[in-house]
Design a protein around this ligand. Structure first.
Ligand code: SAH
Length: 264
């Protein structure tokens, strides 16, 4: 019997909410190792190797419950080594502009409030409001983003008529609402002045990963500024640019991740 001397590397879970946010990842997987698809809980989990990294790629759909359920399935049914989320978000930080990229170092659920029983934002019975991304994964993602922007940022900025994109790292906040008014984003800014971006999934995934000791990281491209223009800006950014960002960032990140997991 042939017993492999090295156990095969456990896969990385790669997650987005919407198909545009995966860029060319599934096409690249199909062209590489090929794809085996498993359907579970009304989601398709695509298993294969892409850019040298063994991955399970799927769509969470939108919101915290959808994201938590998907992260849980990645952990329990697919035994992933870690989870990376890629997608778009609304800009909240004063220097965060459309087309910039935010890598979450810390994530928080801005709509969790069981006060006065628990402090505002704290997850009841878990004793914390903030969940840290894995430091090494977040650093590797930020590095991939920096290289992507250095190599392709000027061309992207010209296409969407924006300034050359920048990479930010810090707090990403999540809640079950599309934030689309100056008043709503202003309220978030005054409650959480260090927040850089708002979205609807990241902190839910970070909570599940914390509970199961699975490393995770979140990268978000800014599609809108969470104000009255958010809906139109989100739609056009998603259609025109979200895929190019995810393609460029994941290609660079996964090539490094594949090399590292191959050498473990
Ligand atoms: N109209 C879309 C739904 C968009 S929800 C549809 O029907 O498919 C917005 C998605 O992008 C969520 O997955 C969320 O994580 C992210 N997002 C982008 N901008 C956001 C904002 N301003 N507020 C909250 N989430 C935002």
């Amino acid at each position: 019997m042939n017993v492999p001397s090295v156990a095969p590397a456990r896969p990385l879970g790669v997650l987005a909410a919407l198909p545009e946010e995966l860029g060319d990842l599934l096409a690249a997987m199909r062209a590489g190792s090929g794809v085996v698809t498993h359907t579970l809980g009304r989601r398709d989990y695509h298993v294969g190797t892409v850019h040298g990294a063994p991955c399970v790629v799927t769509l969470a759909r939108i919101g915290k419950v959808a994201a938590a359920a998907t992260a849980s399935a990645l952990i329990h049914a697919f035994d992933v080594d870690a989870i990376v989320f890629t997608g778009v978000a609304g800009g909240v930080g004063p220097d965060v502009r459309i087309g910039d990229v935010v890598v979450g170092d810390t994530l928080l659920q801005h709509d969790m409030n069981a006060s006065p029983l628990f402090p505002c934002f704290e997850i009841p019975l878990l004793g914390r409001a903030r969940f840290d991304a894995d430091a090494m994964l977040a650093a590797a993602l930020a590095d991939a983003c920096e290289r992507f922007i250095a190599e392709e940022g000027a061309a992207l900025a010209a296409r969407f008529n924006t300034a050359t994109p920048r990479v930010h790292r810090g707090l990403v906040i999540s809640g079950d609402q599309f934030v689309a008014s100056a008043q709503a984003v202003g309220a978030l800014r005054s409650l959480l002045p260090e927040a850089l971006a708002v979205e609807m999934e990241g902190a839910a995934i970070a909570q599940v990963c914390h509970e199961y000791d699975v490393p995770c990281a979140v990268v978000r491209t800014i599609s809108d500024t969470a104000d009255e223009h958010a809906s139109a800006s989100f739609e056009s950014f998603l259609a025109e640019l979200a895929g190019s960002y995810s393609t460029g960032i994941l290609k660079r990140f996964l090539a490094g991740y594949g090399r590292a997991s191959g050498s473990r």
